[in-house]
Design a protein around this ligand. Sequence first.
Ligand code: N01
Length: 546
Amino acid sequence: MSEVMERPAAARLRKTDYDAIVVGGGLGGLYALYRLRKMGLTARAFEAGSGVGGTWFWNRYPGARCDVESMEYSYAFDDDLQQEWHWPERYGTQPELLRYINHVADRFDLRRDIQFDTRVQSASFDPGQNVWTVRTDKGDVVTAPFCIMATGNLSTPRVPDFKGIERFKGRWYHSGLYPQEGVDFTGLRVGVIGTGSSGVQMIPLIAQQAKHLHVFQRTANFSLPARNAPMDPAIEARHKSQYPERRAAAFETPFGIAGFPPPTKKALDVTAEEREAQYEAKWAEGGSISFLYSYTDLLLNKEANDTASEFVRNKIRSIVKDQKVAELLAPKDHPIGTKRLCLDTNYYEAYNRDNVTLVDVRSAPIQEITENGVRTADGEYELDAIVFATGFDAMTGALKEIDIRVGNGPSLADKWDNGPTTYLGLMVAGYPNMFTITGPGSPSVKTQMIIAIEQHMDWIGDCLATMRDRGMTRIEPTPEAERDWVQHVNDVADSTLYPLANSWYLGSNIPGKPRVFMPYVGGFAGYKKRCDAVAANGYEGFAMSR
Ligand code: N01
């Protein structure tokens, strides 16, 4: 890959405003800007928020924290950066992550290429000129030969359309659109709706502040203790001394995270006592990947998975004193790990507090929001504040909100009516010169996201350099390559237990969203090899032209 690259002929000849337009100023958008600039390309990024950070800009709810360890969940592209940055805790908090992302933006002077408080509304491609025109809600109209969608996987918050929400006299919030100044719940009767990763993190902290907390749970989720702790200086020093090797090793792992010895045994090939001891050790160590790494087949064989699921259910029963509440909290409708496995600090313990009540809205669903609170089929719960931890229109929501078209053709949202289709999660057939960073069909949310972002943007950068070298101005996947990749993504998912859960991986949290498995769960290592092989074979499956 050439580090410095002249502006491509396409841009010079047509005098587009930029060589590339980047949508999003989160971790993906920032690295895209850095990489493009390194290549000598000009770019403009548009970001809806007033600052950088994406997920970590918006999700400011109490307890928001990454569930991948800080030393791993960070950029690898600059060794001085990773050596100099000090992470104070094992898992980064939202404020700490945002401080880091701002530091990166300043350190590499990326802010000057980002327009904040600006939402991209449309992107249209002129197939005659091979130019994208992007329009924003602030009236900008900008052109470039390439468009890079760094729109994030969990960036379209979703509040269920409960009847009566506009009548509620208290304040309500969504975890993914949380007020920058925070919220003081002292003395308030609070309701949290939703018990996914966001709910599980915020519930113990809101419980400490609120006068009373009602948790409205529709589906119980598995959660493991994070065992967060201040950063151990010895661990930090060792990790830093091995950083380049560890980053390289991460590329050879299924989740893009190094440091966990891969399992060698199947769960049912060992005795019940050995399994119990193994799960106990993992429970004590904390962390989700480590736990799922107990045996080779936990995500492949239901019987094997049952042993791990039951271990965690028993832990819940041992922590939560009221056994009726414990049974409600113990998930029984999906195998452990097939929905995002939550990490918590004192989540189950919170239900032992006198001021916390679990409301089962599976048996008595929420009917409406009233002036005074939430009404379920069982009665009304009076509340001063409601926090919706109800999730996101994941993986496709942000892209479908932009009117993306080629000529007079159908919008991307229309094309994806029956579920997203991509080749390698990088490009969409029929939408030339538009790249998606960690798009549907790539490992994305099933990896350490930052390594996935860097791998994608490096691949895109190399692709642009190759196009320049060959004098090419247009690239898109062939329909056959896209069809085969989508089939492969589904075949791999179907060979695992993942489809047994109603998860946002399948779009099942959004009423009416097609049930299609979106992330690629074949493992990051194999996926990266496939991307590299595609490039080495002359961008196999892509059509390039002038
Ligand atoms: O959202 P979710 P999230 N009535 O979709 C419930 C990442 N993340 O924001 O399962 C009642 O997981 C819904 O119930 P059900 C991570 O990848 C990471 O928590 O649909 N309840 C569910 O309980 C994560 O997976 C971190 O039955 C309703 C909850 O709301 C992803 O973001 C932290 C409802 C939504 O759970 C999303 O997590 C936070 C209704 N009408 C997030 N509609 C870390 O790194 C929805 N629910 C640690």
